[in-house]
Write a protein that binds this ligand. Structure first.
Ligand code: FES
Length: 105
């Protein structure tokens, strides 16, 4: 089945190095502008209940605010303990002035 894209923000809402919390259906999503490219990952840390959009971007990684676990923003792969499970990543596309994130059917 093909993915469905949902508008979550406007181009220009996020400057490079910024991120924001958005919701795609029921999913909490952290939308990140990494050097001008947009990425979307699930907002909930895979370690415990923490919102990654409250964390810190370091290079191409995001650090969880609760215990300092780190994920690669591009791949969702864990990059530093205590995170060992990847965080889900989503497709992002630009349609006109809209930023859209893919949701699974
Ligand atoms: S909740 Fe994110 S590292 Fe523990």
């Amino acid at each position: 089945m093909s993915e469905r894209y949902v508008t979550v923000a406007k181009v220009g809402d996020l400057e490079p190095g910024e991120m924001m919390y958005v919701e795609v259906g029921e999913e909490p999503v952290c939308l990140i502008n990494l050097d001008g490219a947009l990425y979307a990952i699930n907002d909930t840390c895979t370690h415990e209940e923490a919102s990654l959009s409250d964390g810190t971007i370091e290079g191409d990684e995001i650090e969880c605010p609760l215990h300092g676990g780190v994920f690669n923003i591009r791949t969702g792969e864990p990059a530093a303990f205590p995170v060992v499970v990847p965080v889900e990543t989503y497709g992002v596309r630009i349609e006109g002035d809209d930023v859209q994130v893919a949701v699974r059917p």
